[in-house]
Design a protein around this ligand. Structure first.
Ligand code: ADP
Ligand code: GN1
Ligand code: MG
Length: 352
């Protein structure tokens, strides 16, 4: 889609320049369009990965309803969708690609790796608030954009089939990682099993609460939760866990030097305090009991997903070099092991 098609299609104001690639997501393609009129907003244009999100219309309907619900409670605390000039939530271009537009928040920014516990605390509060803001949203009216997205039991079934088939002949290279996944599979299924046994309620969860999916202001306050395509029914552990996974260590998601991956208890404490300050009133004791384990669950889930993609030939995640998915898997599984080792400390922090 060129600039002219963008301007003709979406209900934008002012005069925008060329689309510049923006951000570093693994799934969609993101662009920023600056506005030459200072009193009009910049825009964020995204090409939706419709290989992953096959029902674009249903997903965009979810996003519209969720953004309206959350923004009605606290204006600006989530994204603002810009419709097309004919009032649709997205546009399909002549080549068949799907596009959507949000207001770009010039006053806010995301951080890939949080620098301080104070930032972590503020980001966690924003994600916690988001859960509360959606606690009265009718969960059964949301379309399941990616069914069983965080169901570790179904992810492990797929993983085992992929290991067995070894269609790319990459199993040997990944053997230690595969062994570790299988070794702790049972322990890592506890939250899903408790959920299926009815002990943990389904809520409307975000399901992609990595730290760069909250925008902070210049004073470091968490202001706006973004990346909403996976908002669906889920367990609170999916959100808390992904927040912990992406903040307890200063190492990158694909850190090659495993010794750089450390569980920093001060950072965990900051996330836990921020999240619980906002959500304690709505969470049950059982939900709270499983929070300390959830960081390991989400690191493990990501390890399993990256490893599955590596074994299948890197068809899901964007990769920037050969073997990146294996490197990501090794880092996430190492983080899992370290989070499990520190579980007694994490429990003490959550309980205080
Ligand atoms: P992805 O699914 O690829 O991660 P995101 O929707 O998270 O895509 O957007 C990618 C990045 O773009 C974010 O990490 C953030 O830095 C930035 N971003 C997204 N939405 C906005 C927005 N409305 N205003 C400012 N920056 C944004
Ligand atoms: C993907 O789109 P992005 O980069 O925010 C993935 C998440 C993973 C994340 C790992 C739809 O998120 O589940 O946690 O990569 N999103 C999807 O960085 O698969
Ligand atoms: Mg994102």
């Amino acid at each position: 889609m060129d600039s002219k098609e963008f301007i003709d299609t979406f209900s934008i104001k002012g005069q925008v320049g060329a689309a510049q690639p923006f951000g570093n997501g693994h799934i969609n393609d993101t662009f920023r369009l600056k506005n030459e009129k200072a009193d009009q907003p910049d825009y964020l244009l995204q090409r939706i990965n419709h290989q992953v999100f096959t029902e674009v219309g249903c997903m965009m309907r979810n996003i519209r309803r969720v953004t309206e619900h959350v923004n009605a409670k606290l204006k600006g605390s989530t994204l603002q969708l810009i419709p097309t000039r004919s009032g649709a939530d997205f546009h399909q271009d002549k080549q068949g690609f799907y596009w959507r537009v949000y207001v770009f928040r010039k006053d806010l920014h995301s951080i890939d790796v949080a620098e301080t516990p104070a930032q972590i605390y503020e980001g966690a509060k924003a994600f916690g608030r988001f859960l509360c803001q959606l606690s009265d949203f009718p969960a059964n009216e949301l379309f399941q954009t990616l069914p069983d997205f965080h169901n570790i039991i179904t992810r492990l079934n797929t993983f085992q089939q992929v290991v067995k088939a070894d269609s790319m002949k990459r199993g040997k290279e990944a053997a230690p990682a595969i062994r570790y996944v299988l070794e702790i599979a049972q322990q890592m299924s506890a939250i899903q099993e408790a959920g299926e046994a009815g002990k943990i309620p389904l809520r409307v969860t975000h399901n992609d609460t990595k730290f760069n999916n909250v925008l902070l202001d210049d004073s470091g306050k968490g202001r706006c939760v973004i990346d909403l395509e996976t908002v669906m029914p889920g367990y609170v552990h999916f959100d808390f866990g992904d927040g912990v996974r992406t903040t307890v260590s200063t190492a990158a998601e694909d850190e090659a030097e495993l010794k750089n991956i450390q569980v920093d208890l001060e950072r965990f404490k900051a996330y836990s305090q921020g999240y619980l300050e906002e959500t304690r009133a709505i969470l049950s004791p059982i939900e709270i009991n499983y929070l300390p384990l959830s960081g390991a669950l989400l690191a493990y889930l990501m390890g399993v997903r990256f490893l599955t993609d590596f074994l299948q030939g890197d068809s899901y995640y964007k990769t920037h070099f050969e073997g990146q998915n294996l490197q990501r898997a090794r880092a996430q599984l190492d983080l899992t092991r370290k989070l499990l080792e520190r579980l007694p400390d994490l429990k003490k922090i959550v309980q205080t």
